[in-house]
Design a protein. Sequence first.
Length: 67
Amino acid sequence: MKVKEFKEELSKKTIEELNGDLVTAKKELFNLRFQNATSQLENTSRIKTVRKNIARIQTEIAKKANA
């Protein structure tokens, strides 16, 4: 999924849905880090992508909370 599409999708969601997405993304990041530590992770760039997605989700939550 492209970044622009991801941001548009996030802007359409409610805060509750965004919090659910945030929990899912954090679990995925944990699993990726665990796989990386045990040398099972083949695509290490996925960690960076997930971290950026977490930041995007948190930014959208903050926007909606302040609005």
